[in-house]
Design a protein around this ligand. Structure first.
Ligand code: GLA
Length: 402
């Protein structure tokens, strides 16, 4: 525990913030009421992504970091074949067995069930447990509350049953949970960030080779802030899966001429143009965006080495344009927030995550922060009837035992 002296008062603080501490107390009280004992605490994080969107399932680069918002769970093995789980935020209790036919129907419990099943499929021997969990990642905001939930349980079960699963496999367990139990054919970025996240560090991950590098991120004179439109569009997962199919069709067409192309990441604009007439206009636009976005991540890495945040910001605007016009995963509210950022002279701004609602991520000069936030709140409210939510980004640790 650290302590500081502030206005003559000694303030002590632990590694985790006060909100999280309060959350731990609430979870612990409920756990004790439900199960009459106490268990062990685990947590994992949501994520931001500086740049590299929809590149992960195309074998490209991403640039995420874990954040100080996440999921926390208290867990104790119960010696039965049953999982007894309570979601504090939703005030819902569910029990399920560990066989395939025991799949529960509540969407949140399918994440926990999926993680258990994916561990079992990999040969992990697990049995029942009791758990109470809660979180502070806003749902549908594009900050990956589901990856936080998956990696909390993957990490915890690995620890509690002493399974010896490595961190990459823990991330893959979360990803397979999305694919096989939640209907989203996602890439690896969210689960990777949630498991590998480190305080103060972003990570560049090559989603083809799975090589990664930590980048300390302390942009002197700038701040990263998220503006949450608080809209979540229906059918986001089927639209997401369709984007992935478009990319796979485009890559397959290019592969006929260039067999080395496993993913769109291996292609370039010239090769894409060679197959322009043999793929749909829509698939062409999707692939155009992805090929450019993969290159943008590398440009941003170079710019960061030089502390050149103006270039980082420009690339963010380019990403927004591509996601809005070519990949078509933005929406009116997010385009509006992006425009306000540009009008206020914000260095960089773009829709973050899968899209179809959620947040913009903004790189703002310190001196501009207050005026940008108040203008964004006021004009967004005038146009859409509610203010966007504002989250300052704090890059934090990923999956852990508390
Ligand atoms: C979602 C998916 C990720 C990634 C992003 C877009 O968050 O879960 O795998 O594809 O969208 O970059």
């Amino acid at each position: 525990m650290k302590s500081i002296v502030c206005k003559n008062k000694l303030i002590t603080f632990e590694r985790y913030n006060i909100y999280t501490k309060a959350m731990q107390t609430k979870i612990s009280e409920k756990f004790n009421t439900l199960f009459g004992c106490s268990g062990e605490f685990f947590a994992s994080a949501g994520r931001i992504n500086l740049i590299g969107e929809h590149t992960d399932y195309n074998g490209g680069f991403v640039f995420p970091g874990a954040i100080d918002k996440g999921i926390m769970a208290e867990i104790k093995l119960n010696g039965t074949g049953k999982v007894c789980a309570y979601s504090l935020d939703l005030d819902e209790y569910v029990e399920f067995g560990l066989n395939e036919e025991d799949a529960p129907s509540q969407s949140w419990s399918r994440y926990i069930f999926g993680v258990c099943r994916e561990i079992i499929k990999r040969g992990g021997e697990i049995s029942g447990f009791n758990t109470v969990f809660a979180g502070d990642v806003p749902l549908g905001s594009g900050m990956s509350s589901s990856a936080a939930l998956e990696s909390t349980f993957a990490f915890a079960l690995n620890y509690l049953f002493n399974l010896g699963i490595d961190k990459f496999e823990l991330a893959r367990i979360g990803q397979s949970t999305e694919h096989n139990y939640c209907g989203v054919k996602c890439g690896i970025m969210d689960q990777f960030a949630s498991v590998f996240g480190k305080k103060g560090q972003l990570m560049r991950l090559d989603c083809k080779t799975m090589e990664y590098k930590y980048y300390p991120f302390h942009p002197e004179g700038y701040r990263l802030v998220l503006l949450d439109s608080v809209v979540k569009h229906e059918l986001a997962s089927s639209a997401y899966n369709k984007r992935r199919e478009s990319c796979e069709r485009a890559a397959a067409a290019i592969r006929e001429k260039h067999p080395e192309v496993e993913f769109l990441r291996d292609a370039n604009r010239e090769w894409l143009d060679e197959v322009k007439d043999s793929i749909s206009e829509e698939d062409y636009m999707r692939a155009e965006y992805v090929i450019d976005e993969v290159a943008r991540v590398l440009d941003v890495c170079d710019a960061l080495e030089r502390d050149d945040y103006e270039t980082v910001g420009e690339k963010m605007y380019e990403t927004h344009y591509g996601m809005s016009r070519l990949y078509e995963v933005s929406c009116e509210e997010l385009d509006y927030l992006n425009n306000i950022a540009r009008e206020c002279g914000v260095t960089g701004s773009r829709v973050m995550g899968g899209g179809f609602g959620g947040c913009t991520i903004n790189l703002v000069k310190d001196g501009l922060y207050d005026s940008f936030i108040s203008r964004a709140k006021a004009s967004f409210k005038e146009r859409f009837g509610h203010e966007p939510k504002v989250y300052d980004v704090v890059i934090s640790d990923g999956a852990r035992k508390l």
